[in-house]
Design a protein around this ligand. Structure first.
Ligand SMILES: Nc1ncnc2c1ncn2[C@@H]1O[C@H](COP(=O)(O)OP(=O)(O)OP(=O)(O)O)[C@@H](O)[C@H]1O
Ligand SMILES: [Mg+2]
Length: 376
């Protein structure tokens, strides 16, 4: 079972359909898909969505902003565009000479396309229009872990440049169109791109990317059961429960099933042993949250609770927010105290701040824990 893989063709079809240019059914501002870490986003994009889009005659470009954490996100996108142009160059003679620019620039970073004395820089619009023209196809650009764009000024500029390119290509009569797909491992983090009129994709909506569920559990059962004793088989219900408890992540689930099948524990009642161990694993995770939370000051706790309750709408210094935090604390608080609490939460890696004024919870599992045990 070197490559245990569960196909998700229906999901790919569904998402590809959303790129429809029809303003009533499509998502003209771009698709924003969010799902927690290690739940299969990138695998889906590479193994399902990209091949499907290509079979539908689109030219696809994939860029993972997490592929190199030291690189500027703006430069990573520029590099992906340069590579895409390069890919087209191999099929066309003297291609480079026909391109009216020799580097791609965004927000102060620049990626060279070739050695040249003449320094003419192209914008993302120039480059994407050129790509569409050369490929003679509509272009789909997929930015994985898009929330990282907000880490740098050039990354943020790159997002604005992509929006400008999309408008330039889609608001003309002919020529290739551009569709943008952004994915992120955190809904609140991704919302940094769409919330607030100063953000590049203001007004766009973020969709939860569907998690692996019942079909995945069934595939696990189908793959494992033929190798297990006839009187000690896995049930899809138990595997599905375990998958949910493990945050819908395939890796720990498969490890757990393998280990349990090989251990004494699974020798009688493998299926329930898998489920029980998943319950224990979640309990251990939650004990960690309990201990992290227990170590916070009252203000830090109140601020964290407020952030979790408000989610993407969290506005730390708004009057209503301060009033609500004061109420939780049972005394008045002010912006300085809240700011200090947020700084401390960031230092403890519980809270993430991609850019000024935007805060998000680092670990979504903590939200579940808090909602279930503290706020319920
Ligand atoms: N459909 C699937 N069938 C089987 N295994 C899968 C499937 N999708 C993902 N996986 C496995 O789950 C793991 C995580 O997948 P992937 O890296 O795609 O997730 P991700 O959400 O992009 O993670 P990250 O947050 O690290 O970027 C990988 O080991 C991958 O092989
Ligand atoms: Mg990924």
């Amino acid at each position: 079972m070197a490559d245990f893989y569960v196909q998700r063709g229906d999901l790919a079809t569904q998402i590809a359909e959303k790129l429809n240019p029809d303003p009533l059914f499509g998502e003209p501002s771009g698709l924003f898909l969010a799902a927690p870490r290690r739940t299969g986003k990138s695998t889906f994009l590479r193994r399902e969505l990209v091949p499907l889009l290509q079979s539908q005659g689109k030219f696809t470009i994939y860029c993972d902003l997490w592929s190199d954490r030291d690189a500027d996100p703006g430069a990573l996108i520029a590099k992906a565009l340069a590579d895409a142009l390069g890919e087209l160059a191999t099929t066309k003679e003297k291609f480079w000479d026909a391109i009216p620019f020799d580097s791609i620039g965004v927000g102060g970073v620049s990626v060279a396309l070739r050695d040249s004395d003449a320094k003419k820089s192209g914008t993302f619009s120039d480059v994407l229009i050129e790509i569409g023209k050369r490929a003679d196809k509509d272009v789909v650009l997929i930015i994985d872990e898009a929330q990282h764009a907000l880490r740098s000024a050039a990354g943020t500029d790159a997002m604005f440049a992509l929006k400008a390119a999309r408008d330039a290509m889609n608001q003309r009569d002919g020529g290739a169109r551009l569709s943008l797909i952004f994915t992120g491992s955190h809904r609140d983090k991704l919302s940094g791109l769409v919330i607030g009129h100063t953000q590049p994709f203001y007004g766009a909506t973020i969709t939860d990317f569907p998690k692996l569920g019942r079909p995945f559990a069934e595939a696990v059962v189908t793959a494992f059961n033929p190798r297990l004793a006839a009187d000690n088989q896995l049930s899809a219900d138990d595997v599905e429960t375990a998958l949910t408890l493990l945050g819908h992540q395939p890796e720990p689930l498969l490890r757990l099933v393998r280990e349990t099948a090989l251990s004494d524990e699974g020798s009688a009642g493998l299926s329930s042993a898998v489920r029980d161990r998943a319950v224990d694993m979640r309990a251990a995770r939650w004990a960690q949250h309990q201990s992290d939370y227990g170590a916070l000051t009252d203000v830090q706790r109140a601020v964290l609770r407020q952030l979790i309750e408000d989610g993407e709408k969290f506005a730390p210094f708004a009057e209503g927010t301060l009033a609500s935090i004061s109420k939780t604390l049972g005394r008045d608080t002010d912006t300085r105290e809240v700011q200090r609490a947020l700084d401390a939460l960031r230092e403890k890696s519980l809270v993430w701040r991609p850019s000024r004024g935007i805060y998000a919870l680092e670990d979504q599992d903590m939200r579940e824990w808090l909602l279930e045990t503290q706020l319920g």
